[in-house]
Write a protein that binds this ligand. Structure first.
Ligand code: TRP
Length: 372
């Protein structure tokens, strides 16, 4: 069926119906009034909200109430180190950075080296640990500061996490994990336990401060099932339920649903040589017509175009300029080659700068790491 799709924390396929996900997962849409409330807080509007890239939430209004009453919350997000970082990962991290700046709060970044080892038949514990440190460099390179941002690997911070994780795990039955994640009798038992490790950081500040501290999680919507389970358990343990703000997934360069590390030709990694990235963009799937003549006559289709998606999600935050790109495309004025070339220039510039910052991050890594 053409409208068939799957979104779980470990598998995304088909053409995603994001509205249906809201219904299926039971989350809330970020409506106009909530968006205005955030804008008021930020003193401006953010393109990721305006464009509905961040489009869904759980209890965002509640955490805003608390914040407005002067109760400090903290931010929590993470990364499963199964490969190098790509633009799909950077997207929510950039928004997380924005939230941190605007709210002036602490942030915890979980690197789930355990998860990626347990779920990936081809990765060893050493692989996922090494990749976790590689990913941490990309995170730091985005400009976070160690005074209010802390990073940890599950296998290394387990002494602190484990006490929380077992409390969570004790309240989750096998049948719940089967229903939520689709586990069967052939899943290894580590993967069944794993969700309690991803839940644990929601309660870190509460454990440190010995009083309830609200938690806000910016993440891609595929991670929601973990936190749905976590939210059910939280009140049983005397914790606040974490709030969430969900984004859509960045499409790959092939026009497929999601950028995926397993298809390197259609995914731009932060570690790619700028020239290699430019080459990938040249081969990108676009919304172009069958011929130049045809495109001059009837225009291209930005709504199915990966190049346009890149502008929309990351590389053209200015709405007027994005509208111009769209108009030039649909009006048959810009051909795909030109449009790709411009994007390639933006991407190459980003990569060159990012890679310098990434090198510098190596000296600062330890300032960010939590050790127990
Ligand atoms: N499971 C996530 C992944 O595979 C990593 C992760 C851990 C995460 N904790 C998180 C993502 C909190 C978002 C928010 O990438």
């Amino acid at each position: 069926m053409a409208d068939d799709f799957t979104v779980t924390p470990w598998e995304v396929k088909g053409k995603i119906d994001y509205d249906k996900l809201i219904t299926d997962f039971g989350t809330q849409r970020i409506d106009g009034s909530l968006e205005k409330r955030l804008e008021k807080q930020f003193g401006e509007s953010h393109y990721m909200l305006r464009r509905k890239i961040f489009y869904s939430h759980r209890d965002l209004g509640w955490i805003m109430d608390r914040h407005e009453k002067g109760e400090k919350f903290f931010l929590y997000t993470g990364r499963g180190p199964s490969g190098h970082t790509h633009f799909g990962h950077i997207l929510p991290w950039l928004f997380t950075k924005y939230l941190q700046e605007k709210f002036g709060v602490n942030l915890y970044f979980q690197l789930t080296d355990d998860e990626k080892y347990l779920f990936n038949p081809d990765l060893s514990p050493d692989d996922t640990k090494r990749l976790a440190y590689e990913n941490a460099l990309d995170f730091i390179a985005l400009g976070f500061e160690p005074k209010n941002t802390k990073i940890f690997l599950d296998t290394e911070y387990i002494h602190t996490l484990y006490g929380i994780a077992i409390k969570v795990a004790k309240r989750i039955t096998f049948s719940t994990t089967k229903a939520v994640f689709g586990f069967t009798n052939s899943n290894n038992i580590g993967s069944i336990f794993y969700t309690s490790i991803q839940a644990a950081p929601c309660f870190l500040e509460t454990e440190y401060q010995k009083k309830n501290v609200p938690c806000m999680i910016p993440c891609a919507i595929d991670q929601d099932p973990h936190f749905r389970v976590c939210r059910d358990v939280a009140p049983l343990l005397g914790y606040y339920k974490p709030s969430l703000i969900h984004c859509k997934l960045l499409p790959s360069l092939s026009g497929e649903v999601k950028m995926s590390s397993s298809v390197p030709e259609t995914t731009i990694f932060t570690t790619d040589e700028p020239m290699a990235a430019i080459k990938k963009i040249k081969n990108t799937f676009t919304g172009g017509a069958v011929s130049v003549q045809e495109q001059r006559k009837s225009g291209g289709n930005p709504d199915i175009c990966s190049v346009y998606a890149y502008y929309n999600f990351l590389f053209e935050p200015d709405d007027a300029k994005l509208a111009h790109i769209r108009a030039e495309c649909t009006g048959g004025k810009t051909m795909c080659g030109e449009c790709k070339e411009r994007l390639a220039g933006c991407v190459a510039k980003f990569l060159t700068e990012h890679q310098k910052k990434r090198e510098k991050a190596k000296d600062r890594l330890e300032d960010f790491m939590l050790r127990d």
